[in-house]
Design a protein around this ligand. Structure first.
Ligand SMILES: [Zn+2]
Length: 257
């Protein structure tokens, strides 16, 4: 059988690590061909205490270096940048989507998925995790690309809800089909988190933590969105089989509202 080809599409530099870094490291270590696609340059975020990233232009440059560092730490094979400028955070900490022309974004994603010959695409959950408009836009665009243009493709989302492990990151409407304890790849994920130096203050602040290590989540999860999986059933495609073979489990199927 040909090598499985897995593409993760994230809105910002660091999403690949925070939400899916352990699984990316695990898949890469098991011979899966992994690609990370990052939609924006992250210039709208904060620069932490990194002095050389104090302007939006400088921050975009620094975050690309950080992202490349994380990709190496995780053993991911390829990085592709869509090149969108990340809009700055607005008044009252308002966050924004990045693509004004969402049809163009969908077309771009279709092109990337064809070009990489993807078997599986993963992106943000249907709730944009904590509702981030850029994460929601990535979800919408990848869903459209997969469902309307690439019917053979398996479309999964990350940060799916695992009832046994409460976490504010989980997408409440995406019940997890598979969860993975990433402990064997924890050091790689931690190293990738350390690469994202401009985001360290943010990583700690979100959950009031003392250091970046404490911010590394040890459980990651996915839900298959397309083709749809009947309620109460679990997917048994090539990607699901691969995850199960590296230690993933199926969280108890239970009452789906
Ligand atoms: Zn993000």
């Amino acid at each position: 059988m040909s090598k499985l080809n897995v593409v993760f599409i994230g809105a910002h530099p660091d999403d690949e690590t925070v939400m899916f870094g352990g699984t990316l490291a695990a898949l890469s270590a098991h011979g899966v061909y992994t690609t990370v696609v990052c939609a924006t340059d992250g210039r709208g975020g904060e620069h932490g205490d990194v002095a050389e990233a104090a302007t939006p232009e400088a921050l975009a440059r620094v975050r690309e270096v950080e992202l490349r560092c994380a990709i190496r730490a995780l053993g991911v094979r390829e990085l592709l940048l869509l090149g969108y400028q990340d809009p700055p955070v607005g008044p009252n900490n308002e966050l924004y989507a990045f693509a004004e022309d969402e049809d163009a974004l969908v077309a771009q994603i279709v092109q990337v998925l064809r070009q990489t010959d993807a078997d599986v695409v993963l992106t943000h959950g249907s709730d944009g995790e904590y509702g981030h408009p850029a994460h929601l836009q990535a979800y919408r665009a990848v869903a459209r690309a997969a469902q309307r243009h690439l019917p053979q493709l398996l479309f999964y989302t990350v940060a799916a809800y695992v009832p046994q492990f409460p976490d504010h990151l989980w997408n409440a409407h995406d019940l997890a089909h598979l969860a993975l304890d990433i402990t064997p790849w924890f050091e790689q994920k931690h190293a990738a988190m350390l690469c994202h130096r401009t985001q360290h203050q943010l990583f700690r602040r979100h959950r009031n933590l003392e250091n970046v290590r404490q911010a590394v989540r040890s459980v990651e999860s996915v839900r298959r969105q397309h083709p749809p999986v009947p309620s109460g059933e679990t997917p048994n495609d090539r990607f699901a089989e691969t995850l199960l073979s590296i230690g993933a489990w199926r969280p108890q199927p239970h009452e789906e509202a």
